[in-house]
Design a protein around this ligand. Structure first.
Ligand code: ATP
Ligand code: MG
Length: 445
């Protein structure tokens, strides 16, 4: 993308309404625009990151054997009357009437609808296990929408639902989700710690939240800090291997890690003093096993191997896709702007032309731009006729992890400059070598 032809409405001033750094940078970098309290348009740069995050979520769900579909945002109230949640949900639910005075709602979550789909089409243990998921907009009329996309009213969520014939299989589905989530967050450059949680309006007793540590997080968290160095890394996971998956879960959930809702002072006191940490965290996902809570009330049954009819065992599992943008920025920025991890960056590399209009500099930038595209990667080429300082400030603000700077002086010596946004370190290289470095970096992502 050539910046002269892009739509990147960066702001010079700090917007007064933004209280936390991620919100401030998302507005300043022209990623979002507020349209009403807690409701945002995703401008081109923000939309790119949102899509990258969505893509990672999809890939890891499919890798775990889960099946994507898409349910609507609007739902009939009658489904929610069956489970009893229409009355329970309270004012967070946006209730709507259509022209025939039928009660509708904008879905805050989809347990009822997915259970309805399941009961209409599945009735035998032979079709199980099955996990269906979608990535769809949700609406929750939050009392206090704030912090930009972190606590919106309309927000994008991945929500998945497992259907299993018995409790053991459903617990494996729970574990499978935990591991797939760990991989998902790692690919985004995040450390998200699974913490035992309380279940809230979804119901159920087995549940973990995934928290990213950040001083601006809304949850108070208590943990053994050795948990922060656990990594899934590149190890192969066979999602059908119950033991392997359970062992990974055990590895990640044995050290003490709880939110304020489940915190237990006595158990925490047993963590060695030097590892005992109290901090704040951002909830970026949650998994639940809730058994037959919905299948029983809504009549979703399966016939088992021995011919008996039982309510299907279920769980639901959510990732805050739009919230993740805020969480990643909270975890990765400096005083100049955002620092995107390679896995989610809106463009893989920025190209800055120090002297637009200089025939040699222009030609070198064009060649680099084409070479990046030939690698299957995307460059944002700042081809505007602007001062170098302004170009650098924009690149730093929008946070592309790598920048290639091209100027007549370097070109005389046959080199361009490759700069890491994270460390600020630069190296001078022939253009072809800079491209090879970029190729190498992204080959491992
Ligand atoms: P919270 O406690 O933050 O209100 P929740 O526990 O009610 O969230 P879940 O039902 O667990 O939310 O939804 C799954 C995920 O969706 C959450 O882990 C979070 O990342 C995201 N999410 C929930 N509410 C919002 C919101 N208002 N804005 C953005 N993301 C949200
Ligand atoms: Mg939650």
């Amino acid at each position: 993308m050539r910046l002269s032809r892009y739509f990147l409405p960066v702001l010079k001033e700090n917007p007064a309404e933004a209280q936390i750094v991620s919100h401030r940078y998302m507005l300043r970098a022209g990623m979002i625009k507020q349209q009403a309290a807690g409701i945002y348009s995703w401008l081109p740069l923000g939309y790119r990151v949102l899509k990258r995050i969505e893509q990672i979520v999809h890939e890891e769900q499919v890798r775990a054997g889960h099946i994507p579909l898409l349910m609507p945002t609007l739902q009939p109230a009658d489904l929610w009357r069956e489970s009893g949640r229409y009355d329970d949900y309270g004012q967070e639910m946006l209730r709507i009437k259509d022209r025939h005075e039928r009660d509708m709602l904008y879905g805050p979550t989809n347990e009822e609808m997915i259970t309805d789909i399941f009961r209409s089409h599945v009735g035998s243990y032979k079709d199980l296990p099955m996990t269906l998921y979608h990535i769809q907009w949700k609406f929750r009329d939050e009392v206090r929408p704030r912090f930009g996309v972190m606590r919106g009213r309309e927000f994008l969520m991945k929500d998945g639902y497992n259907f299993d014939v018995d409790r053991e299989s459903a617990l494996h589905a729970y574990n499978r989700h935990m591991v797939s989530y760990l991989r998902t967050y790692e690919r985004m450059g995040l450390t998200a710690i699974p913490m035992r949680a309380a279940s809230g309006p979804i119901g159920g007793d087995n549940t973990h939240e995934f928290l990213v540590l950040a001083s601006t997080g809304e949850s108070e968290v208590f943990f053994d800090d050795r948990v922060t160095s656990l990594k899934l890394g590149t190890r192969e996971i066979d999602y059908d291997n119950w033991d392997q998956v359970a062992k990974v879960c055990e590895e990640f959930t044995t050290l003490y890690a709880r939110t304020d809702e489940t915190h237990d002072e006595a158990a925490f006191a047993e963590v060695p003093q030097e590892h005992r940490k109290v901090a704040r965290g951002i909830e970026v996902g949650q998994i639940f096993y809730f058994g037959t809570k919905y299948s029983e009330s809504m009549g979703a049954t399966v016939v088992t191997k021995d011919g008996t009819k039982v309510p299907v065992e279920m769980g639901s599992h959510g990732i805050g896709v739009s919230r993740l943008l805020g969480a990643i920025i909270e975890a990765s920025h400096d005083d100049k702007g955002i620092i995107w991890p390679e896995g989610v960056t809106p463009f893989h590399v920025g190209i800055v032309n120090l002297k637009q209009g200089d025939a040699e500099a222009d030609a070198a930038c064009e060649a680099l731009y084409k070479s990046v595209a030939a690698l299957g990667l995307e460059a944002l080429y700042d081809d505007r006729d602007e001062r170098a300082g302004g170009k650098f400030a924009t690149m730093d603000l929008i946070g592309l992890p790598w920048r290639i700077t091209v100027g007549p002086r370097g070109l005389k010596n046959g080199v361009v400059e490759l700069t890491s946004r994270r460390t600020g370190e630069s190296v001078e290289l022939p253009p072809q070598e800079a491209i090879e470095r970029i190729a190498g970096i992204y080959a491992g992502i």
